[in-house]
Design a protein around this ligand. Structure first.
Ligand code: ZN
Length: 167
């Protein structure tokens, strides 16, 4: 278990279309452990492999319920994730990113998404996410496609306090 260094804008790896994962082995499990540790240490609620300099289609998310703080955080690991369905309803929200430190921005995202991918053993998984969790999935899947939220934000500014969840 190792905390990896987080890559930041304008490092090239953040702009690459990441490679699909084809081998589900011990090395992949170790990489995912490191991603989870790095996300928790940052701290952030999500992390994509390019954010630690690895151009692979892997995301990790750890998030609870945005309205009910008694709901414990849940860890999601998705390999080769893709959005297969998204609601037409878009909602604005303020995002920050571990790879773009010091700023936040207002981004419109689909209110709900269905994401298909694989788990750590290569088995197919599907999840339907809403609200902030749906936003985190969209933000992380953007990362593996070389897209940063700042590309989509209507406005970017320096927050007075950095108390926002960063992804
Ligand atoms: Zn990010």
């Amino acid at each position: 278990m190792t905390i990896r260094k987080i890559t930041t804008f304008p490092e090239e790896v953040l702009r690459q279309e990441a490679e699909p994962v084809e081998i589900f082995d011990e090395d992949l499990a170790k990489l995912i452990d490191d991603m989870v540790d790095t996300m928790r240490e940052a701290p952030g609620v999500g992390l994509a492999a390019p954010q630690i300099g690895i151009s692979k289609r892997i995301i990790v998310i750890e998030f609870g319920d945005e309205e009910d703080e008694t709901v414990p955080n849940q860890l999601y690991v998705m390999i080769n994730p893709e959005i297969i369905k998204e609601s037409n309803d878009k909602v604005p929200g303020i995002e920050g990113c571990l790879s773009v430190p010091g700023v936040v921005g207002n981004v419109d995202r689909s209110l709900a998404v269905t994401v298909r991918g694989q788990n750590i053993h290569g088995k197919p998984v599907k999840i339907r996410a809403q609200g902030w969790l749906a936003r985190i999935f969209q933000h992380e899947i953007d990362h593996i496609n070389g897209v940063l939220y700042t590309d989509r934000a209507e406005e970017i500014w320096k927050p007075e306090q950095e108390d926002l969840d960063t992804i």
